[in-house]
Design a protein around this ligand. Sequence first.
Ligand code: PDD
Length: 285
Amino acid sequence: MERTVYLNGEYLKESEATVSIFDRGFLFADAVYEVTAVVNGKLVDNDGHMARLQRSCNELQIALPVSLDEITLAQRALVEKNSMEEGAIYLQISRGNAGDRDFGYPENVKPTLVLFTQARKVIDSPKALTGMKVITLDDIRWKRRDIKTVGLLAPCMAKQAAHDKNVDDAWLVEDGYITEGSSNNAYIVTQDDVVVTRPLSNDILHGITRKALLELAEKEDIKIEERLFTPEEARQAKEAFISSATTFVFAVVEIDGVMIGDGKPGKISNKLREIYIDLAKKTAE
Ligand code: PDD
């Protein structure tokens, strides 16, 4: 069955939605995006995603083609039109079609807005039970990882390298320290049960799930340290996990072939997943 997608104000069948070859998203990856989880047909933490979308656009001087409220109406309409109960909604804004290929920002060009749904199980995902295996790789991305752009070739390369090694994902390393996962934030739990994650800066994406999770952890009296950590410290950790809108929380049970803990999702990782899912179900709208 074809999905209904959204393109510049219109709801179309996916086979009928097309974008110009001169669109700057296509030519320059001159575009930003957001991914919002859907649970029980409702959007999870969407205000956070909208706020980050606005920030990404501001950083790149891309004017929103419609208001954030109108984008949210389109998100909800697509969930309904596709009868989606669980999964994700992807949205992308490119600087638009300037009719040719020139590097500088064009004037008077309307940004291209695209949204589509991806139905999948977020809560009962098999990886939630088994945990993930990761390798560490050199972080070859650009220096503005706080902007959620569609320039994702480096993460694609990292995920392919992980796939070639029969593992699930890669954690990226810069100057000897883990930055984040290829499409998620990275955490370890020390032997004395402190959750450690890299502090916010331009080096990582400011995860919306990360923010909610750190607030929840604090309420549960789980100790948090926002500081750098090395791959070696990660391999010695009691637990490790990731967070993102598409995974919520997944435990990491192997790093570079080294088993973490007893090779099963750890207590704190499981607890954080559980309380995040509770929160998501309660607050989705
Ligand atoms: N990725 N870090 C990176 C590099 C990411 O791409 C993502 C999200 C995150 C987690 O952010 P959030 O919790 O707001 O989803 C961290 C999305 C899911 C993606 O590219 O599909």
